[in-house]
Design a binder for this molecule. Structure first.
Ligand code: FAD
Length: 494
């Protein structure tokens, strides 16, 4: 029998334990997996809002939704409410739901634009079940026979602990210790790592999950980082937890301030809060007082300062080292995409796993796909900052007037001139995602597809009214979000 491939996972945050768990459940018979982490160093401990792709990933690796939600004090997330982004005192939703009905030629928002031109149609929000349910604080996994599209808010520390228990049961060996030295062989591959107690862990493949520092990929292999802070200037965050003072909302709130923005993420037993800002525009003291002046309920943790540089590792896979998680890049948490990027990196790694063959080709493919994915997320996040009418601070003036990637400029122009929107190249953000953010932040198309005029005005109005009525009816039938959680997945240790 062929010897097992020895995989060493360096780091035990969300990325480390997701890696260990996925590999052991899906390739465990072929791999010998060791995870090294240091309790002295700890993990970033934030990262509590997710997107719906996490559900697919959980299904792939056999994670039970109710068990996982109870263990991580999780709530449901139907989207993100953006406050003060396009203009101060304005609000819109990026919902995970489908808006209206799919149609292959002209998209639903174009039918809605036609309706508006004819003097009816209400708000685009009226045609999205998930959005209406979120606003009403209601939730169930199914509305009648229609499944809702949702994600989760979770406790990041509890999630890593949950994955650790499951991984160890499945056969992952955990070693506690601080990595102090890394030894490479003559080919430049990593041969082993040495811990602070002098012991050595050798392996065939090393996964760098050591966070922003990138101990293996950066400090040892010196793979460069592509800095995107000229587009995404945020370099700091402060996070603090508060007591829950209201029933958990089934959505994340992203509240823009005059410099930076603030998140509110409701869990079953507390709320995660934080402010993301750029030190170029806001001092740490100002950021802290803005955050503390905009929280509800008493704090239950000390405010924690975090620093980062937005961008990506030029090669996430180099030699026999693959960077997953913050070591491979970080954009910022505005669209809650980091855990998603960990899971897609893991699926990619499992598909391209180096069992032999031409490893160079496998790593090139991995790096190409990773780059495309990160550039897609980058454009979507830049859109939120750039597309604003806010003019009340140097921060918004900077973003509103800065040069943006050509790919994004093209997308915005197509929408503005023709109302045409399309899903991105990595099937992450749907047409509805782009449309909700572009229209939500004030980019209204000058004209739209003529296909919407194939219906008579009466027929269009009838169909739209019927859709909105069905949605309203479904929302009235849904239970309150808090009640659904209470019966479906109450926290184990509230
Ligand atoms: P870390 O959590 O930093 O873990 C690093 C691990 O490496 C730790 O276990 C540490 O002990 C170990 N380690 C480091 N050095 C050594 C050493 N020398 N020896 C041994 N072990 C070592 N993501 C989302 O999806 N949604 C969000 O809402 C979200 N919000 C965020 C908000 C902020 C402000 C930030 C900064 C990030 C956010 N993220 C979010 C990203 C998310 O937190 C990370 O993607 C996720 O936690 C993975 O981090 P990690 O495991 O790569 O790194």
């Amino acid at each position: 029998m062929q010897a097992k491939t020895k995989v060493v996972v360096a780091g035990g945050g969300t990325a480390g334990w997701l890696t260990a768990y996925s590999l052991v459940t899906r390739l465990g018979k072929l791999l010998d997996i060791t995870l090294v982490e240091s309790d002295q160093i700890g993990s970033v401990g934030v990262g509590e809002a997710t997107i719906p792709t996490m559900r697919t990933f959980h299904r792939l690796v056999g994670i039970d939704e109710q068990e996982f939600m109870a263990a991580t004090h999780a709530t449901f997330k139907l989207g993100i409410q953006f406050n003060n982004w396009g203009q101060q005192d304005e609000s819109y939703f990026h919902s995970f739901g489908e808006i209206g009905q799919r149609s292959w030629m002209a998209e639903f928002h174009e039918f809605w634009l036609e309706a508006k031109a004819q003097g009816f149609g209400g708000s685009l929000d009226d045609y999205c079940l998930e959005l209406k349910a979120a606003k009403a604080n209601k939730f169930a996994t199914m509305a009648g026979n229609k499944p809702l599209n949702f994600a989760y808010h979770l406790n990041a520390t509890a999630y890593a602990a949950y994955l650790r228990t499951k991984s160890e049961i499945a056969g992952v060996k955990r070693i506690e210790g601080r990595i102090e030295k890394i030894q490479n062989d003559q080919t430049g591959n990593i041969a082993s790592i040495t811990l602070d107690n002098g012991s050595t862990v050798s392996g065939d493949i090393f996964i760098d999950c050591t966070g922003f520092r990138g101990l293996l990929i950066d400090e040892n292999l010196q793979v460069q980082y592509e800095d995107w802070s000229h587009w995404l200037a945020a370099d700091s965050a402060i996070a603090v937890q508060t007591e829950a003072v209201e029933a958990p909302r089934p959505y994340t709130q992203a509240i823009a301030h005059s410099a930076g923005w603030q998140w509110r993420i409701p869990l079953q037993n507390r709320v995660g809060n934080g402010i993301v800002y750029s030190s170029q525009f806001l001092s740490d003291d100002e950021a802290r007082s803005t955050l503390m002046g905009n929280i509800k309920g008493s704090t239950i943790s000390e405010p924690r300062q975090l620093r980062f540089t937005t961008g990506r590792r030029k090669k996430a896979w180099h030699k026999n080292c693959i960077a997953i998680g913050l070591s491979s890049g970080f954009l910022e948490p505005l669209e809650s995409t980091s855990i998603h990027l960990i899971t897609t990196a893991l699926v990619r790694l499992m598909k391209l796993f180096p069992f032999g063959g031409n490893t160079h080709l496998l790593s090139e493919q991995f790096n190409r796909e990773t780059q495309l994915e990160l550039e897609t997320v980058r454009d979507f996040i830049i859109l939120h900052y750039h597309l604003t009418q806010r003019n009340d601070s140097p921060f918004w003036q900077h973003y509103r007037t800065m040069a943006i990637p050509d790919s994004l400029a093209h997308r915005m122009a197509m929408f503005h001139e023709n109302a045409y929107a399309w899903p991105d190249d990595v099937a992450l953000f749907r047409v509805d995602s782009w449309v909700q953010v572009m229209m939500g932040q004030g980019l209204l198309p000058k004209q739209h597809h003529g296909g919407s005029r194939m219906l008579t005005p009466e027929n269009l109005q009838q169909q739209m009214m019927a859709l909105s009525k069905t949605i309203n009816h479904s929302v009235t039938q849904l239970p309150a979000h808090a009640d659904f959680i209470h019966t479906y997945c109450p926290a184990l240790d509230r």
